[in-house]
Design a binder for this molecule. Sequence first.
Ligand code: DQA
Length: 140
Amino acid sequence: MLLLNGPNLGILGKREPEIYGTDTLADIERAVGEEVADRGWRVVARQHDCEGEMIRTIQDSYETVGAIVNPGALMIAGWSLRDALANYPRPWLEVHLSNVWARESFRHESVLAPLASGVIVGLGALGYRLAARALVATVP
Ligand code: DQA
């Protein structure tokens, strides 16, 4: 399965820990791996600070069973990322560590969410584990 994280998520642990927590991206990738191991899935974990690189990863991942995507601020206006996800042939979930609805109003819009199978916000790193469980439970 694909675990795709967008801009500024590579510095988790050091990035505004009062908002995003102290888990590093490596911790999160390990946690997702644990959740899907019994299903026999391997996690392809990628983090990109550029929208184009995220798009390329999605285009290269059509063989994955499903995806967890934290697009970071690209949720707000990542129209090219949206188009890439529209052509991703498998279920995917949008995850945000913070509760974007409790934050600045510019974070209240996601152009991606209408395409997602589900969205998890505000549960910190646990959100990724729950998203992984959701994929395990719903992907045939
Ligand atoms: C985020 C929320 C976004 O608004 C922000 O731009 C991020 C992180 C989250 O995981 O809470 O980069 O996606």
